[in-house]
Ligand binder design. Structure first.
Ligand code: NDP
Ligand code: MG
Length: 386
């Protein structure tokens, strides 16, 4: 088992749960990073005593440095310092738990140092999956997914040496808080409605993505990259109980699934202990007292983001980076209560229609596609409000 970790995004939902798991497993913590939450970062530093703490916001870093004067924790500022946290020599595993494609450069840097990547930050794989995976192959770095669906698939694939044995992956999806509603009702849903997710407590960006089904769309792309499969072999089923975390159907017709309570600490723990399994103190899944398990086709008409993501996956090249960049900006506007629910998919569709796609892109081309998509969303929004 690995015993020293670095966490990018330690103050977030995944970051905090990773620290719970680290405590349970007795892991050392070499570096922690956050954006602006000084209060929580100070608390985490006092408890886990990392050598390095990074705040990407300069003012927050200054304040943290003052607060931690009586400790030996070194404080760095700025987005570039995420790379320092990612390559810190003591850490064998880097947990990528920042939100958004801001985690990409640090992830690549950690891969080049041959760290194990416990990957939660799905936006990096969506934007630059081919690059990240080929760099991991070249450097011999392991990527172990933390996203519950991909961890489920990863677990089901243990012992499968030949990917040609896979007929298809089946990603399960809770359906989000608006499952079963019609378009008119969904169109009236606000920020507060979207932030009430039935089965999981997560950061605001991914919670909105769950309500639009963009999260599932991003996960389809994430699965295609992680397991190097075409879109035709990655399907989605709505499973409102969130007990089956995903499945693999093999060519002989066997279907393997991983079941569990909806608790991210299980996939996080597995990413730390893999190929072994660590002791979990939480109560086990109680199937005798669980609701019946049901499965449904997703509603791509009411939730067009899933279709938009599948179309971007089919288009390849920078299309997924454009999709993701546009979605990050649109969700930001929705969280600021500046746009309505269907404006998210409209703005993403507009960015995809206007930003040209480049095939087999370099890192620079991916970053510039991301930038162009964000600009397209900002200017479509500005046009509408002028
Ligand atoms: P949160 O919003 O809860 O946490 C985000 C973390 O990233 C915080 O530490 C935050 O710092 C930091 N951060 C935010 N913006 C920036 C920035 N611009 N630069 C650097 N750091 C930043 O997100 P989640 O934990 O929910 O999600 C993290 C990632 O994991 C996402 O990619 C998400 O899709 C993925 N994921 C999450 C799941 C979940 O259950 N939450 C499940 C599966 C995947 P600060 O606190 O200072 O703002
Ligand atoms: Mg998931």
């Amino acid at each position: 088992m690995m015993n020293t970790i670095s966490i990018l995004g330690s103050t977030g939902s995944i970051g905090r749960q990773t620290l719970d798991v680290a405590e349970q497993l007795g892991l050392q913590v070499a570096a922690l990073t956050a954006n602006s939450n000084v209060e929580r970062m100070e608390e985490q530093c006092r408890k886990f005593r990392p050598r390095l703490a990074v705040m990407t916001e300069e003012a927050a870093a200054k304040e943290l440095a003052v607060r931690l004067q009586d400790t030996s924790v070194k404080v760095l500022a700025g987005t570039d310092a995420l790379v320092d946290a990612a390559v810190i020599p003591e850490a064998e595993t880097v947990v990528t738990a920042v939100v958004g494609m801001v985690g990409l450069k640090a992830t690549l840097a950690a891969i080049r140092e041959k760290k194990r990547i416990a990957l939660a930050n799905k936006e990096t794989l969506v934007c630059a999956g081919e690059l990240v995976m080929s760099e991991a192959d070249r450097c011999g770095a392991e990527i172990v997914p933390v996203d519950s669906e991909h961890s489920a698939i990863f677990q089901c694939l243990q012992g499968c040496a030949d990917r040609r044995e896979i007929r298809r992956l089946i990603l399960t999806c809770s359906g989000g808080p608006f499952r079963g509603m019609g378009r008119d009702e969904v169109g009236r849903m606000t920020r507060a409605d979207a932030l009430r997710h039935p089965n999981w407590t997560m950061g605001p960006k991914i919670t909105v993505d769950c309500s639009t089904l963009m999260n599932k769309g991003l996960e389809v792309i994430e699965a295609m990259r992680l397991y190097r499969l075409p879109l035709a072999q990655v399907s989605v089923m709505v499973h409102p109980q969130s007990i089956v975390h995903s499945m693999v159907e093999f060519k002989d017709g066997a279907v393997l699934a991983q079941l569990g309570t909806p608790d991210m600490r299980l996939p996080i723990r597995y990413a730390m202990t893999y190929p072994e399994r660590g002791e979990n103190p939480a109560p086990p899944l109680d199937l005798l007292n669980s609701p019946s398990l049901t499965f449904l086709e997703p509603d791509r008409e009411t939730f067009p983001c899933l279709r938009l993501a599948e179309e971007a996956a089919e288009a390849g090249g920078t299309a997924c980076a454009i999709l993701n960049g546009a979605n990050e900006e649109a969700v930001r506007l929705f969280l600021a209560e500046k746009i309505g629910f269907y404006d998210i998919s409209d703005l993403v569709a507009a960015a995809r229609a206007t930003v040209p796609v480049t095939q087999t892109p370099s890192l620079e081309e991916i970053l510039s596609a991301d930038h162009a998509a964000r600009e397209a969303v900002k200017s479509a929004f500005a046009r509408r409000h002028s």
